[in-house]
Design a protein. Sequence first.
Length: 411
Amino acid sequence: MERKPLALLIHDLEQEMIRLGYTEGTLNFYRGRWQKLLHYAQERGETHYSERLGIDFVEKYFNIFEKDFDRTLSQSETQELRIIRVIGDFQLHSTILRRYYKHKEILTDSYFIEISNHFKQYCVDKDYSKVTIDHYVKQSARFMDYLSSQKVMDCKEINLTLINDYIKTLAGYTYKTVEQNICSLRAFLRFLLDKGEIQTDFASKTPMVQARKQTRIPSVWTEDELKKLIAAIDRGSPKGKRDYAIILIACCLGLRCTDIKNLKMEHFHWEEKKLVFTQSKTRQPLSLPLTPEVGWAIIDYLKYGRPKINSPFVFVKHMAPYGPFSEGDHLNQLIKRYMELAHLPTLKKKRGMHSLRHTMASMLLEKDTPLSTISDILGHVDTDSTAVYLKVDIKKLKECALDFEEVMNYE
C-alpha cells in the first residue's frame, strides 16, 4: 500500500473528523499538535508518518513514556498519545478507530439509518432477545460507520475486501469482543442478503471466531470474602436493604444481573416459597426455591426500604428520578462500594455481580452437587456452559489427574 505524505494524511484525517462531527475546540487542539508534528518531521527530513516518528515526537515534546510504563499518565497526557495513535490508525485503516462513542447515535447518513432500523425490526421478527438485538444493532452500526469512512454509501458496494479490512480494525479488542462483533456482522450480512441489498452470501464467507468459555477460569469469592462483603452493608438504611437483598439473590440463587433488575412482584410466589420467571438471556422459564434468608431480605426491603413509587419492578434506584435500573447498569458499582468498605482488594480479579453467580455454582460443586442440578439452578440450556465451573474446584480437578507412571507403562 502506497503511503500518503504526512501533510496529505493529516488533511484527509481532518476531513474525516469533520465528517464525524468533532467540535471546533477539539479540532483546534488537534490542528495545533499536527502543526508541531509537521515541523518536527521537517526538521528530521521526513515526509511520511511512521510509528518511530510519532513516538520520538511525543517523547521530545511531552516526555511521557516513562509515566506510560508506570501507568501514571494524567488524562491530558493520555490525550497527547491519542494524537499519534489516531494518525497511525488512519494511515493503516483509512478510518478513525473509536474505542468509545460519545454520542449514542453512531450513524448520520439517512440511507444507513434506514437500513439500521430495518435490521432492528428484522431481529425483533426473529425473536432474538433484547440484549442480542442491542448488540447486533449497535455493532452493525459501527460497521456501517466504517463503510461511510471508506466512501461506501450503498450496501451493494460491500465486498469481502471491505469486510476483512473492517475486521482488522478490531485488533486490540479482547478475543470475546471480536467474537461478538463478527457474530453481529454475520447476522447483519444475512439480513442484507435476505432483503436483496446484496447478492452474495458474505456471511458464510466470513469465518466465525469461537471464544470458548471453557478457556477462562471464572472469578469466584472465598467464604471469608463473602462474609466481609455482606457485613459491610448497612442494612438499617433503605439503600442498604435493597443492596443486601440484591447481593443475597445473586449469592444464594445465582440469578444473572439482568434477571435481578427485571424481577417483578408477580414473580414471587410467596405461598409456594418459589421464585418463578422467564430468563432474559435464554427465554426459558426458571423456578427456584425462595430460601427464608432471601425471602425475608426482600420483604424487609419492600416494607421498610423501597421508595413509594408506581413501578412493577422490585428493585429501583434510590436517587431521583426514582425508577428501574437502566439496561446498561450492571450493578458493579454496588459490589465495588462494599468491597472498599470491607477493605477487600478491588484490583485482585474482576469482581462484578456475575462473579457472585460463579461463586454460588462453585460452592454447590464443592458440596458434590451434580452438574446437571447446578445447570438447572443456573438456568443453563446446555451443561457445557456449567462445566466451566469445574476449573475452580481444585479438589475435583485433582481427582481427574492421571498417574504419570501409569500412562507411561500403558501399552
